[in-house]
Design a protein around this ligand. Structure first.
Ligand SMILES: [Zn+2]
Length: 165
């Protein structure tokens, strides 16, 4: 599995193209459908995954669903991953965990040395605390690819969780 990161849109959202052989997944189609489509042109697009429905993560979603005749978050692709509910930043926040690859796509749940803001419309601090506590049970060597900014490793983030609130 290979991961390509496109930084798209006015809020510099990370859109990830995950490839395996000739297949790919698009995670968070943030913006600029034509750029995403050209990155995927040598692959069969099997799925579009959305971590949550904030505008800066779905700017190109309609165009891509139309282009590939796919509905997002149907999870009918051939990739092997777990969908974990991680509410807090948004009530619909999901994390996609590729166990065999030690890799997690966290959207705006966990960032490098911080977590997502919890003062938005569907945010909940108590839900965020529960999600952070729950994610501690995943291995320290898990690579984290967040919705904004650089990637990190779960073991480096766990000790910081208690300091966020
Ligand atoms: Zn968000």
């Amino acid at each position: 599995m290979k991961i390509k990161n496109l930084v798209l849109g006015p809020l510099n959202t990370n859109c990830y193209i995950v490839t395996k052989d000739n297949k790919c997944l698009i995670i968070d189609p943030a913006y600029d459908a034509s750029k995403i489509i050209s990155e995927c042109e040598n692959y069969q697009v099997e799925g579009i995954l959305v971590t949550h429905h904030h505008f800066d993560h779905v700017g190109a979603l309609d165009a891509l669903e139309h282009k590939y005749n796919l509905k997002h978050n149907t999870f009918k692709d051939s990739f092997n991953y777990e969908v974990i509910k991680t509410p807090g930043h948004a009530s619909d926040s999901l994390t996609f965990y590729f166990k065999e690859e030690n890799t997690m796509f966290t959207g705006d749940f966990i960032f490098y040395h911080t977590c997502g803001r919890c003062d938005l419309e569907t945010s909940s601090i108590s839900a965020m605390k529960e999600s952070l506590e729950m994610i501690k049970s995943y291995p320290d060597n898990t690579l984290i690819y967040p919705g904004h900014g650089k990637s990190t490793i779960l073991g480096a983030e766990k000790p910081l969780f208690d300091h966020y609130f």
